[in-house]
Design a protein around this ligand. Sequence first.
Ligand SMILES: *[C@@H]1O[C@H](CO)[C@@H](O)[C@H](O)[C@H]1NC(C)=O
Ligand SMILES: *[C@@H]1O[C@H](CO)[C@@H](O)[C@H](O)[C@H]1NC(C)=O
Ligand SMILES: *[C@@H]1O[C@H](CO)[C@@H](O)[C@H](O)[C@H]1NC(C)=O
Ligand SMILES: *[C@@H]1O[C@H](CO)[C@@H](O)[C@H](O)[C@H]1NC(C)=O
Ligand SMILES: *[C@@H]1O[C@H](CO)[C@@H](O)[C@H](O)[C@H]1NC(C)=O
Ligand SMILES: *[C@@H]1O[C@H](CO)[C@@H](O)[C@H](O)[C@H]1NC(C)=O
Ligand SMILES: *[C@@H]1O[C@H](CO)[C@@H](O)[C@H](O)[C@H]1NC(C)=O
Ligand SMILES: *[C@@H]1O[C@H](CO)[C@@H](O)[C@H](O)[C@H]1NC(C)=O
Ligand SMILES: *[C@@H]1O[C@H](CO)[C@@H](O)[C@H](O)[C@H]1NC(C)=O
Ligand SMILES: *[C@@H]1O[C@H](CO)[C@@H](O)[C@H](O)[C@H]1NC(C)=O
Ligand SMILES: [Zn+2]
Length: 324
Amino acid sequence: MIILLVTCLAAILCPTAHSTDSTVAWCYHEPACNFTKWPKIVSQFCNGSRQSPIDIVTANVQANPKLTTFNFTGFGDNATFMTILNSGDSVVVNLDGDTMTVEGGDLPGLYTSVQFHLHWGNGSSGPGSEHTVDGKKYPMELHIVNVHSKYNGSVKEALAANDTTGLAVLGFFIEGTNDTSNTKSWKILTSYLSNITNAGNTTSDIMNQITMDSLLENVDRTKYYRYQGSLTTPSCNEVVIWTVFKDTIKVSHELISLFSSTVHFKDTSPQILITNNFRGVQSLNGRVVTSQVAGTVTSALPSSATATSFCITTIFLFSSLCWL
Ligand SMILES: *[C@@H]1O[C@H](CO)[C@@H](O)[C@H](O)[C@H]1NC(C)=O
Ligand SMILES: *[C@@H]1O[C@H](CO)[C@@H](O)[C@H](O)[C@H]1NC(C)=O
Ligand SMILES: *[C@@H]1O[C@H](CO)[C@@H](O)[C@H](O)[C@H]1NC(C)=O
Ligand SMILES: *[C@@H]1O[C@H](CO)[C@@H](O)[C@H](O)[C@H]1NC(C)=O
Ligand SMILES: *[C@@H]1O[C@H](CO)[C@@H](O)[C@H](O)[C@H]1NC(C)=O
Ligand SMILES: *[C@@H]1O[C@H](CO)[C@@H](O)[C@H](O)[C@H]1NC(C)=O
Ligand SMILES: *[C@@H]1O[C@H](CO)[C@@H](O)[C@H](O)[C@H]1NC(C)=O
Ligand SMILES: *[C@@H]1O[C@H](CO)[C@@H](O)[C@H](O)[C@H]1NC(C)=O
Ligand SMILES: *[C@@H]1O[C@H](CO)[C@@H](O)[C@H](O)[C@H]1NC(C)=O
Ligand SMILES: *[C@@H]1O[C@H](CO)[C@@H](O)[C@H](O)[C@H]1NC(C)=O
Ligand SMILES: [Zn+2]
């Protein structure tokens, strides 16, 4: 009887949230289980030292000439969007991994595209992105999740292997625009939000209408940041090669606002709209962010180390000129 009472009380009082297993619960919207608590309540990986997202300090970005262009396959195919789902903490579009793949861009092999999902704030003007650039947050962030082809499209297998190159996530910042002419595909995508207002709702009637390319229209996909990190939701596994593109997707303010005004979190009574479903930035702990070009140090005086490397580079450049 007492056990029953305690269980009932716990069910009533404990924050309603998402579970990766029966003992842990995490959330975005309650102080008791928001991301500041994840390192405690989901400690296996969320307390790790290579966590995501991060703040990208552009002045510290190092050049890596190996960050070449990607080969995107199936991104122009309108039959790849299988279902759109309210997962209870985001909106997820499941992709046909048999046709969508990514390689190149210094990724170690071929990756199968599994799904994409979004992170947002509250409305179109506030912060909503996970990654930040020099402290700047964007209204939304889109993540395309790709799993190494050796795992046969199974994210679960990649997580079980605890393989640091198991997943490759492509992150795109979304910015608000007043120009509505350019966002037809986003209009179609967001029109389905009203069909998935409750957690667990899914619709599969989105076939043959949208391509990944059309959602990424006008985004320069050759310039990006690269670093080694983790899933940004529990269990925060450190298995992700992150690519964060510099160029942004432009979506109209109205369509951005639909996310935070239409779909609801999992297990809340009364229902709560999904807002601010992003994790705060994590410590770099010595990790280096790379890009095609190094960040420009804009501070007044170069450090002695910078000065030394400048001298060496200069000497090297001049000596290579002599060889020409
Ligand atoms: C998360 O919870 C802490 C208290 O645990 C609170 O101080 C903080 O404001 C909350 N942050 C967000 C983003 O909800
Ligand atoms: C994180 O928590 C786990 C489980 O409690 C512990 O084994 C591990 O040492 C902790 N790691 C860090 C970096 O604190
Ligand atoms: C990308 O595709 C081009 C043309 O099909 C091919 O030559 C190149 O080897 C591919 N690169 C990678 C890394 O797969
Ligand atoms: C989101 O913004 C609306 C007003 O636009 C406000 O009523 C609501 O409380 C906000 N939600 C959160 C979680 O801040
Ligand atoms: C993937 O599929 C291949 C062939 O079907 C199989 O040999 C391999 O064990 C599978 N790998 C995983 C991780 O499931
Ligand atoms: C996962 O791999 C990392 C190294 O990449 C290692 O430090 C950690 O102990 C591994 N964790 C588990 C649970 O195997
Ligand atoms: C966009 O529209 C808003 C409200 O209508 C206006 O305040 C803002 O100045 C516009 N921005 C641009 C860049 O035109
Ligand atoms: C959405 O989920 C709610 C609650 O689980 C359910 O009652 C409703 O039938 C679902 N609607 C659709 C369109 O699937
Ligand atoms: C979405 O909902 C609208 C009405 O709100 C309905 O007409 C339409 O058939 C639904 N579409 C799907 C794919 O469930
Ligand atoms: C989807 O692609 C097929 C093949 O390219 C094309 O015939 C069809 O018109 C496209 N559908 C839409 C709605 O654009
Ligand atoms: Zn994400």
